[in-house]
Design a binder for this molecule. Structure first.
Ligand code: 9PG
Length: 760
């Protein structure tokens, strides 16, 4: 048995990796044992082989270390790679199994990490674990103590090959962050997903817990002499979750060759007002309203959702609600200056469809030969198209080619695509679900070329490198919560919000995040104005896509006026901060860094069902103590400051938000916010100078915006410019509110005089 130590230099200090036999021990700079782990493989029939055997040999390699547990005719050989990251910020683990037995082996699972005493040997009850979710609609939340109301439902919410979740076991697909008491954090996440579905499971063991990170090989056959490798697991020991998740996301993007769409799209989508009842006339009427409102609502895409097709699967047969067909609509949308987008579910085939009637052999079946139900919806069962069937693949190529080449759609919302990953017998039986899924996406991408592809109902990690945009939460709905929803996965505003808060780290690393549509109408909705404002705030602060989904000609003026406020999209995701309520972060912060000033845009949320007082607490954002600052709320135009320390923000409605821009006090006239955009200056302030007692602001923003500039003028300064008085500026306390009609670029110059006695 060999034993050796190697050191891992992390930003937070020097960690020691101690390799002995088939075991790895990770020790923190202050000498605490963080993890003791080995690796294992599980074969068909439940046979398990671990690196933790007397025969295991460790050795140092140029990449780090490896542990070999030699195989023979009775057991396969295991090779476990332990690789510190190039920048020394992380540790990577990968397990390889080689069949030395002379006969075929069925590989169920490769576990590159099996830590039986868990993280820091903590008690299960002291842990907090974050949930990523398997696919777009699965519940997701930041690191919280596992509780009863956060169980995952079964497939398709949890991956079909993953273990179930309950209070004693939190199974987190792809990546999780675990907090132990005392402030230590561990990110454990897989950075590749080309072949296997991976999961990190945290399980109660007596008073303690274990952590098992697994790649599911789904029983593939390993021939004699052949080798199979797990996906690569990344471990990050960083107390700052945002920082750890960002390192993880960058690594995933590099490994999986993430696509980078140059902008964050904005548009209109038919679903959340019309649902399947949408007609050609509805699209035409919204198109007309949108074209007329283009100045204020500079949108790029008009996207037709579910409702045009004869049946799920019969994508090229158009129903009677669209008499002039889909090419006509694409042409009309384009002639109005928008890009046409369309929804379809490429891997779903309804039991009632013509394509299924004619080709029942194209769908995934179970061991008994019965078609597998991928989703009961639209009043029927829907099966999964088996993309490994050559004829089915040819047919799908034809469908996508017709949509993009003959009809002319440039934005494809491909929905329910988890269906390609469900359990079943495929035409090519030795493919894993991830391999089949990626093959299906490759096929679509090949035909669609560089058109925008939005994944929806999509398993997260295997979609990286395939899609340009990704739905990162359950559907929004015109109500806050669904009382019948036990898993937080059904359409509901709060479900969409919770996932949007938890998935910010993915944005513009793995793809462009789509938090789902804005819905601001007063009619046909149970949402209060406070709830609508909360969603506009969360969506805007997510930095993600903004699609409107109301009947645009029926919007109440007071609600329609909210929409320009959310445009243009900002592009950067805010960081979530706790404490967490029902899994949702209660704070968001955008750090705005500019040449002339750094400031924050923050939001505080009341997730409770009753009105509550909220406080602004600078320590939540790790701001220097004692510094004096200004707060400005673009929803209410309220200003507070200069103040220091925590400030009470008053009573906030149930599910309401306090959104504030926070600027450090500069001791002279300064911008504290605007009401031109919901982010209160982050988007539209292009430059700011303070010189010889004059403040010059350059504004630059896509679209037309009407609102105010809010300038704080401390005692001792007086506004000199008279020009503004004609335009009716007014004071609110010491804040000067200047009305601005912004259409593109503008410059505002304000001259002040100083009361010399005060400054001397
Ligand atoms: C169209 C819709 C919209 C929406 C998508 C997706 O669990 N379910 O039954 C379920 C049904 C519909 C659904 C999600 C889940 O919504 O997210 O934006 O395109 O399909 O049918």
């Amino acid at each position: 048995m060999t034993a050796f130590e190697t050191r891992l230099q992390l930003k937070s200090g020097e960690f020691t990796l101690h390799v002995e036999g088939g075991h790895l021990t990770i020790v923190s700079p202050d000498g605490d044992v963080l993890l003791e782990t080995s690796a294992a493989v599980e074969l068909g029939g439940g046979r398990r082989y671990s690196t933790d055997t007397a025969a295991a040999e460790g050795q140092e390699t140029p990449a780090g270390a490896e542990v070999r547990a030699t195989g023979d005719h009775t057991r396969p050989e295991l090779l476990w790679h332990i690789m510190p990251g190039e920048e020394g910020q992380a540790l990577f683990l990968r397990l390889e199994v080689t069949n030395t037995t002379g006969g075929d082996l069925q590989i169920e699972r490769l576990d590159p990490l099996e830590a039986l005493a868990g993280f820091c040997r903590s008690a299960m009850c002291g842990l907090e674990v974050s949930q990523t979710g398997w696919q777009s609609w699965s519940p997701a939340y930041g690191a919280v103590a596992p509780t009863h109301d956060m169980h995952q439902a079964g497939p398709p919410v949890l991956g079909p090959v993953l273990p179930p979740c309950d209070v004693l076991r939190v199974a987190v697909p792809w990546v999780t962050v675990v907090h132990a008491p005392g402030g230590r954090s561990l990110l454990a996440g897989f950075v590749t997903a080309r072949d296997q579905t991976s999961v990190v499971a945290v399980q109660a063991e007596g008073d303690g817990h274990s952590i098992l990170a697994s790649s599911y090989a789904e029983g593939v056959t390993l021939r004699p002499g052949a080798t199979l490798r797990s996906e690569t697991l990344m471990l990050v020991f960083d107390r700052d979750d945002t920082h750890a998740l960002d390192s993880y996301a960058r690594r995933v993007a590099a490994e999986m060759q993430a696509r980078e769409w140059p902008t964050v799209p904005a548009g209109w989508c038919s679903w959340y007002y019309y649902f399947t009842a949408v007609t050609e006339a509805d699209i035409m009427s919204n198109l007309e309203t949108l074209a007329a409102a283009r100045d204020r609502l500079p949108l790029e895409y008009v996207q037709i959702d579910d409702g045009y097709q004869a049946s799920i699967g019969d994508w090229l047969t158009i129903n009677e609600k669209f008499p002039r067909g889909m090419r006509f609509l694409a042409d009309t949308i384009r002639s109005q200056g928008f890009k046409p987008g369309i929804w379809f579910a490429p891997f779903l085939v309804s039991e009632a469809s013509e394509v299924y009637r004619q080709h029942p052999d194209w769908v995934l079946r179970d061991e008994q030969g019965d078609p597998v139900n991928a989703m009961s919806n639209w009043g029927t069962r829907n099966f999964a198209l088996d993309i490994t069937t050559p004829q089915a693949a040819d047919w799908l190529r034809h469908v996508v080619s017709t949509i993009v080449n003959d009809w002319g759609y440039e934005y494809l919302k491909i929905d329910f695509i988890y269906a390609e990953m469900i359990k079943g017998v495929r035409y090519e039986p030795n493919l894993t679900s991830v391999q089949a899924y990626r093959r299906g996406l490759e096929l679509i991408r090949e035909v669609a070329g560089d058109r925008f592809i939005l994944g929806c109902g999509a398993p997260f990690l295997p979609s990286v490198g395939m899609v340009d945009g990704m739905r990162i939460g359950p559907d929004v709905a015109p109500y806050w919560r669904d009382p019948k929803d036990h898993h937080g996965t059904e359409p509901a505003m709060f479900n969409a919000i919770r996932s949007t808060l938890a998935h910010g780290w993915m944005h513009r690393r793995l793809w462009v995040n789509d938090p789902d549509c804005l819905m601001v109408r007063e009619h046909d909705s149970q949402l209060t104005l406070a709830e609508v404002r909360t969603w506009v705030t969360v969506a805007a602060m997510s930095g993600g896509m903004v699609l409107f989904s109301d009947n645009m000609s029926k919007l109440e003026p007071s609600r329609a006026s909210l929409l320009p406020f959310a445009l243009p999209t900002y592009g950067e995701a805010a960081e979530p901060h706790g404490p967490y309520v029902s899994g949702a972060a209660t704070h968001l912060a955008l750090r705005v860094r500019r040449d002339w000033e750094n400031w924050l845009v923050t939001a505080m949320f009341n997730w409770h069902d009753e009105a509550l007082p909220l406080d602004f607490d600078p320590s939540v954002y790790a701001l220097a103590e004692g510094e004096s600052y200004h707060l400005f709320d673009p929803w209410t135009e309220e200003h507070t400051g200069p103040v220091s320390g925590p400030v009470s923000m008053g009573i906030t409605a149930p599910h309401g938000t306090r959104l504030v821009a926070m600027h450090s006090d500069l001791g002279r006239p300064q911008v504290v916010g605007t009401t031109l955009h919901v982010l209160a200056g982050a988007v539209e302030i292009a430059h700011e100078t303070w010189e010889r007692d004059s403040l010059t602001l350059e504004l630059d923003c896509q679209g037309v915006h009407d609102g105010h500039l809010a300038i704080y003028v401390p005692e001792g300064y007086e506004l000199l410019s008279t020009w503004y008085s004609e335009r009716g500026y007014y004071w609110r306390g010491r804040v000067l509110l200047i009305p601005v009609h912004l259409a593109g670029k503008a410059m505002v110059k304000l001259d002040f005089t100083r009361d010399m006695e005060l400054t001397l």
